[in-house]
Design a protein around this ligand. Structure first.
Ligand code: NAD
Length: 255
């Protein structure tokens, strides 16, 4: 039985990924800032007959991240899979971009992945097996205006992934980034409302003219699609896939 630590797994994509790992029989360390995190973890354990724990470590606090990894290893004996998914967004032109938002986005979306990878590394190295999966973004590969911090953080995450792929090779540890296009989660619902206000257009127009305009296939990616890809990357069949940044973006990156 394998154990997966999934950050930001009490909402959106992280919860979708956790659900697919649960269906596949993995034990899960849940994390996130949602106040009902422990309840979500307990419900999934019951529904899929697996073991789960919840740890509310804040991605901006390295000591809390180290303690979460320690708790996971003490509870399950090992952590085999790390999914760095927690993330936030802020949209503003560069000359108005608040410094504290830049620092928070870099800290939560990028630096936490460094601290967590470093913390799980000794266990994975000792096991001669490990899987690190970063939830980057299409914005890890291309830019959009007004998202300076997010684009910088996600490009950084792709760079970290490549380095971990190389360093993990002798130890059976792979590292890969998944780069989703738009997924309708609470993070994107908020952007739809904000952009409608900023541009003075309806939410339907934001979806059609701004968001899905980037996708060649005019549909949102689902959390189940992403969960299935993560479960595949964690499998033995994916042992030679490492250091990659895989788009699941309806063809956005092909343009
Ligand atoms: P979401 O807001 O639904 O979930 C984000 C999760 O991260 C939540 O559980 C939240 O509690 C957690 N989180 C935020 N700040 C945290 C902190 N300081 N400490 C601990 N946990 C924290 O968002 P989502 O859309 O599911 O996004 C998940 C990831 O997917 C993010 O990294 C995001 O950049 C990426 N992504 C999202 C989309 C999309 O269209 N939704 C597209 C590409 C990439």
């Amino acid at each position: 039985m394998h154990t997966a630590l999934i950050t930001g797994s009490t909402s959106g994509i992280g919860l979708g990924i956790a659900t697919e790992f649960a269906k596949a029989g993995y034990n899960i360390i849940f994390n996130g800032l949602e106040p009902n995190g422990a309840e979500i973890a307990a419900n999934i354990a019951k529904e899929y007959n697996i073991k789960t724990i919840f740890n509310g470590a804040n991605m901006l606090q390295p000591t809390e991240l180290q303690a979460m990894v320690k708790q996971g290893v003490e509870t399950f004996g090992t952590i085999d899979i790390l999914v760095c998914n927690a993330g936030i967004q802020h949209v503003a032109p560069i000359d108005e971009f608040p410094e504290e938002k830049w620092n928070a986005i870099l800290g939560i979306n990028l630096t936490s992945a460094f601290h967590l990878s470093k913390a799980v590394w000794p266990t994975m190295k000792a096991n001669k097996w490990g899987r690190i999966i970063m939830i980057a973004s299409a914005h890890g590969l291309v830019a959009s205006e007004f998202k300076s911090a997010y684009v910088a953080a996600k490009h950084g995450l792709v760079g970290l992934t490549k380095t971990l792929g190389l360093e993990g090779a002798p130890y059976g540890i792979t590292a890969n980034a998944i780069c989703p296009g738009y997924v309708k989660t609470p993070l994107v619902e908020k952007q739809i409302a904000d952009q409608a206000k900023t541009h003075g257009i309806s939410e339907k127009e934001v979806i059609e003219k701004i968001m899905l305009a980037k996708h060649a296939i005019k549909d949102f990616v689902t959390v189940e699609d992403l969960g299935q890809m993560a479960v595949y990357l964690a499998s033995n069949n994916a042992r030679l896939i490492t250091g990659t940044a895989m788009p699941m973006d309806g063809g956005w990156n092909a343009q």
